[in-house]
Write a protein that binds this ligand. Structure first.
Ligand code: AKG
Ligand code: FE2
Length: 198
């Protein structure tokens, strides 16, 4: 690969009130389908229960946390599992591509078109005021949707196999993001969001 060609480096995506940048293929030592297979096999996937309006409900996806820093969420402190060699390799590639450092990763597995992620901002205090969050996707393409908090503005991005999306600056303050359920059949997708937790 030509390291100096435009498609080998992060390309900014113009957006108001925040920063977004995209790289179609994160450089890794093995093909995307091999990474996906290993992630499915090696990660301690869990079907978490959440409480929505006081009712216990299964999250519409599988998830797992890995890294070096514990974090608090909804009044509970979670202790992540230590990075695996594969997660270390992906983290190194993401740090190389973005010039940022990360110490934890949230993994989400969307088993099919019925799995989804509700609209939210990644704005927990331990991420700091202008967090850089690096999102890497493997498997089926899903549409990542951003909705502005104050204006009727929507941005849609197709997150393809092997891609890297960097969210930074004031993006989390001004925009929410999510992955909708779809009606057309979709295969399995794994997404990793690398974060720096203080
Ligand atoms: O699956 C995605 O692309 C989004 C994941 C996400 O927003 C998150 O993990 O906070
Ligand atoms: Fe998010």
């Amino acid at each position: 690969m030509d390291l100096f060609s435009a498609d080998a480096t992060l390309q900014p995506i113009p957006i108001d009130d925040g920063e977004l940048a995209f790289l179609a293929q994160l450089p890794l030592s093995m093909p995307n389908d091999a990474v996906l297979r290993r992630l499915l096999h090696e990660i301690a996937w869990r079907e978490e229960t959440i409480f929505l309006f006081g009712k216990a409900q299964k999250q519409p996806r599988l998830s797992a946390w890995y890294g070096e820093a514990s974090y608090t969420y909804s009044g509970r402190t979670f202790h992540p599992l230590p990075f695996t060699p594969l997660l270390q390799e992906i983290k190194r590639a993401v740090e190389e591509a973005t010039g940022k450092r990360f110490n934890s990763v949230l993994l989400n597995c969307y088993r099919n078109e019925r799995d989804s992620m509700g609209f939210h901002s990644d704005d927990e205090p331990e991420l700091g005021p202008e967090p850089a969050i690096a999102s890497v996707s493997f498997g089926a393409t899903r549409t990542f949707i951003l909705k502005h908090r104050k204006r009727p503005a929507t941005v849609k991005l197709d997150l393809t196999d092997g891609s890297l999306l960097l969210m930074a600056g004031t993006l989390q303050r001004h925009w929410r993001h999510g992955i909708n359920k779809e009606t057309r059949p979709r295969g399995l997708r794994v997404n990793l969001t690398f974060r720096a937790i203080r």
